[in-house]
Write a protein that binds this ligand. Structure first.
Ligand code: THU
Length: 163
């Protein structure tokens, strides 16, 4: 019998003053990273930061290209960069920030392709990664898990078993 299935995503809406010290550092790192975006075409500077289990922070920025589809979002340069250089590291938090090339920070959310990649690395480490995104009017959205951005997402669990 057809019946509704209601999904719930718990998001906390915070001010910067309510972040934990580690979250505040991650948040600031994402904002600072926007200075290193390479966005000569969109002029939209995006920074992403990954808080690691040893307390260090790894950053990514959007990298654009004259052949537009060859560019990559900040979330993926961060995740791919970390996985390529320090694959043993566990990620315990993530934040994203965005602003026009010359202008103040704005609300932003991650694109669909980034959501898929974010879910992959969370699944890989078998531990939820909390995410901070800039919401409207200077608010901060705190998600409990990267995969909260991708309900019904496809993961390695959906692939047929080997052998
Ligand atoms: N972009 C990101 O880096 N992350 C997002 O979450 C949204 C979009 C980048 C891609 C491109 O360089 C620019 O923002 C405009 O789409």
């Amino acid at each position: 019998m057809a019946h509704p299935l209601h999904l719930t995503i718990n998001v906390e809406v915070l001010t910067a003053a309510e972040l934990t010290p580690a979250e505040a550092a991650t948040w600031q790192a994402a904002r600072a990273a926007t200075d290193h975006a390479y966005a000569p075409y969109s002029h939209f500077h995006v920074g992403a930061s990954l808080l690691l289990d040893d307390g260090t922070i790894f950053r990514g920025t959007n990298q654009e290209n004259a052949a537009f589809p060859s560019g990559l979002c900040a979330e993926r340069t961060a995740l791919f960069g970390l996985a390529a250089s320090q694959p043993e590291r566990r990620i315990v938090g993530m934040a994203v920030a965005a602003r026009p090339a010359s202008g103040d920070f704005v609300a932003v959310t991650s694109c669909g392709a980034c959501r898929q990649v974010m879910a992959e690395y969370e699944h890989r480490q078998q531990q939820a990664i909390p995410l901070l995104l800039p919401g409207p009017n200077g608010s901060i959205y705190r998600f409990r898990s990267l995969s909260d951005l991708l309900p019904f997402g496809f993961t390695a669990d959906d692939l047929p078993q080997k052998g």
